[in-house]
Design a protein around this ligand. Structure first.
Ligand code: PLP
Length: 305
């Protein structure tokens, strides 16, 4: 190959022979460095956007219908027109998986209120300003074999300082990011938000404790994100003998629990082994959490599309 050909090849495939990622922006499939969004976009200026993350395992999309339904709800709650025709969202997901040859990982999707051409608190007229739609793949080979799943994660508690519509999956993730940084500084894996003495959820996951064989988790309300993994797991658990009690719990209860775990699209079911420096149960991933991870992965893969 000529030197010129080699440089060109590097530019296209990257130094590690990786393909340039192809992303989706407003109807077009583009190399990631060609996908540009305006500095006036309300997602950028106002955090005026919602998002979803759908897991990909063995080239299958997990819980796709749930993520699509929650996206529709989030858009409706903040009054952004749904930009997708029937079946279009799935088609884009599939096209991105194929173009990027993704085996394991996820697809990130964001819809903002668009670019009104200048900064203004007032929403633009939706007949004039269309939403900005972005989707991209994230490759994570071997996503099921994580260290966290094997050893469990350790968490600290932090005050709940987010707004009161946590059921809407907005991109306003500054405080959750700060909470993650507090966890990192404390040399643990994640942070749990506590409000009025009760745990709401993790920085990017729903949380659970197990006491005397019963799974305890906060009920759905505007206090927490309605996790798609949570919904799927509780559906699968309903077919087992394991009981579920939907009620808020405290940090002290978590520390005295037999087991604990968390759920999210990117971590599936992951054991929690320490809360604020206190070991939960044996301090090792518990049997129920491990079993639930197996059940979730098996069933979600079976139902995956
Ligand atoms: N809670 C919060 C605050 C989250 O950010 C997430 C996921 O990002 C979840 C819960 C879990 O939701 P899901 O299972 O739909 O990924």
């Amino acid at each position: 190959m000529t030197r010129q050909g080699c440089t060109r090849r590097k530019r296209i495939y990257g130094d590690r022979n990786k393909m340039t990622r192809i992303v989706y922006l407003n109807g077009e499939y583009l190399p990631e460095d060609k996908a540009k969004v305006s500095i006036f976009d309300r997602g950028f200026v106002m955090g005026d956007a919602v998002y979803e993350v759908t897991a990909v395992v063995g080239r299958k999309l997990l819980d796709f219908a749930g993520h699509e339904a929650r996206l529709t709800r989030s858009l409706g709650e903040i009054g952004i027109e749904n930009p997708f025709a029937e079946g279009e969202l799935l088609a884009i997901h599939r096209e991105l998986l194929a173009r990027n040859d993704i085996e394991d990982g996820g697809i990130y999707l964001q819809v903002s209120r668009g670019n009104p051409g200048d900064r203004d608190f007032v929403f633009p007229d939706p007949a004039v300003v269309k939403p900005t739609v972005v989707l991209y793949t994230q490759s994570k080979p071997g996503v099921l074999q994580s260290e966290s799943a094997l050893h469990g994660v350790r968490v600290i508690s932090v005050p709940e300082l987010r707004w009161h519509r946590r059921d809407i999956k907005t991109v306003q993730l500054l405080y959750p990011s700060m909470a993650k940084m507090m966890a990192k500084k404390a040399h643990v894996d994640d942070a749990w938000f506590v409000e009025d003495g009760f745990v709401t959820e993790g920085s990017s996951n729903n949380v659970y404790i197990v006491k005397d064989g019963v799974i305890i988790t906060r009920p759905l309300s505007t206090d927490i994100l309605h996790g798609i993994t949570r919904a799927a797991l509780l559906r699968y658990v309903a077919e087992t003998q394991i009981a579920v009690e939907e009620r808020p719990f405290t940090i002290a209860e978590a520390q005295a629990a037999d087991e604990s775990f968390l759920t999210s699209a990117s971590s599936f079911v992951t054991p929690v082994v320490e809360v604020d420096g206190v070991a939960v149960g044996t301090g090792k991933p518990g049997p129920i959490a491990q079993r639930l991870r197996e059940i979730y992965i098996e069933e979600a893969l079976k139902a995956g599309i």
